[in-house]
Design a protein around this ligand. Structure first.
Ligand code: UD1
Length: 375
């Protein structure tokens, strides 16, 4: 049978929260170029503000989701349960051949669980990352999603080792590279052409970028205040530009009685503006996972305001330094960067813009060996 006549492999891709969108975009694009695949996209609705969701769809050229489950915000159990319940109904009706989930948010785990319970195999993109900190909700999501997935698509060698140590069969583990970097490479030139710095009154190389949204950093008012105090000190020397995540805005309103830090505050930015901002920053301070990877590829020094990272290659090969939240350490590490110029690093293996292609190759091959796929 020629590939044109072969039954199509029906993929249902799932995305729910901001960091999922730049990961799903290159996968959807690649899948749509291959005649063997028929693709549908489900948005769980975990993130719903235009600035957290719709703007990413527009800028990254992600097609409208076929379905939006509209789950919204809520405590972990409730949010996860809602995705699970709604996803189960969707999957029972559509019966795709494979469900593709990305990252480590609540939507990732819930969608994977709904699928495997119906006997539908799951591909997990960004598998194997471990912070070894089980107080982090994402760590639980990673462990559980990996434990039930059929295809484990890994971004860096540590991920392969973690999965092997946990007993994942070698045949399930695929070191494919980083889809988030596929997206960065596809859009960097466009981002560099934007007037973001002019609009914000910034000079290239003369500002820092801050992002902060981890519950461990923002949900405790005393800890948040302590971080803001040292950052305000830094801001007096080098403008600190801070697009504020909705969780953090809520934490400031609740825990700090609305007392805003004296930094260059912004609403959440779109993908391209934020990429432009990072690309020309003197340094980036963050508790995000993905930003550690993006700064590594951009060659911009990154100070991670956490005690650990699930992305160790950004430290061993990239520009990332784990600094925690102790003010003296943050101060000293910023000083080093200001004195020493950019920390050089190299780009990790297979972060070359072709991860989505490798992932779809793996799926295509797997299904070639399963002639029973009939729709
Ligand atoms: C989620 C992910 C986290 C990821 C982050 C990126 C989990 C467990 N966490 O965290 O891994 O790094 O997304 O942004 O899945 N809110 C809005 N508008 C929105 C979305 C959220 O106002 O569009 C506010 C709500 O007050 C909500 C809070 O942000 O309660 C937290 O949202 P939620 O999706 O639960 O977690 P994040 O902190 O965004």
């Amino acid at each position: 049978m020629s590939s044109a006549e072969a039954p199509r492999i029906r993929v249902l891709a799932v995305a729910g929260a901001r960091p999922n969108f730049m990961k799903i975009a290159p996968l959807l694009r690649e899948l749509r170029t291959r005649p063997r695949f028929a693709v549908a996209l489900v948005h769980t609705g975990q993130h719903y503000d235009a600035a957290m969701s719709e703007s990413f769809f527009r800028e990254l050229g992600i097609p409208e989701p076929d379905l939006n489950l509209g789950v919204g915000s809520g405590p972990h159990g409730a949010q996860t349960a809602q995705v699970l319940e709604k996803m189960e109904a969707v999957l029972a009706e559509r019966r795709p051949d494979v469900v593709l989930v990305v990252g480590d948010v609540n939507s990732t785990l819930a969608a994977a669980l709904a699928a495997v319970k119906l006997g539908i195999p799951v591909g997990h993109v960004e598998a194997g990352l471990r912070s070894f900190d089980r107080s982090m909700p994402e760590e639980i999501n990673r462990l559980l999603t990996d434990a039930i997935s059929e295809w484990l698509f890994v971004t860096e060698p540590a991920g392969v080792r973690n999965l092997e140590r946990e007993g994942s069969p070698a045949g399930k583990i695929h070191f494919v590279g980083n889809v988030m970097i596929d997206t960065l490479r596809a859009h960097l030139e466009r981002a560099r052409a934007l007037d973001t710095l002019e609009r914000l009154g910034l000079e290239p190389g003369a500002y820092a970028v801050l992002t902060l949204h981890r519950p461990s950093n923002v949900d405790d008012p005393a800890g948040l205040k302590r971080i803001f105090t040292v950052l305000e000190e830094i801001h007096a020397r080098l403008p600190v530009v801070f697009p504020v995540h909705p969780r953090t805005r809520a934490a400031i309103a609740r825990g700090l009685q609305g007392e805003l830090p004296r930094l260059h505050l912004l609403d959440p930015l779109g993908y391209l503006d934020f990429l432009r901002l990072m690309a020309d920053a003197k340094l980036v301070l963050t508790d995000s996972g993905g930003i550690q990877e993006e700064t590594t590829v951009l060659g911009v020094p990154c100070l991670t305001l956490r005690e650990n990272t699930e992305r160790p290659v950004t430290v061993t090969q990239g520009t990332n330094t784990i600094v925690g939240t102790d003010p003296a350490t943050i101060r000293a590490e910023v000083q080093k960067i200001l004195e020493g110029g950019p920390r050089s690093g190299r780009i990790p293996e297979r972060w070359d813009g072709r991860a989505a292609q490798r992932i779809v190759d793996v799926l295509e091959e797997a299904f070639a060996a399963r002639p029973e796929v009939q729709r």
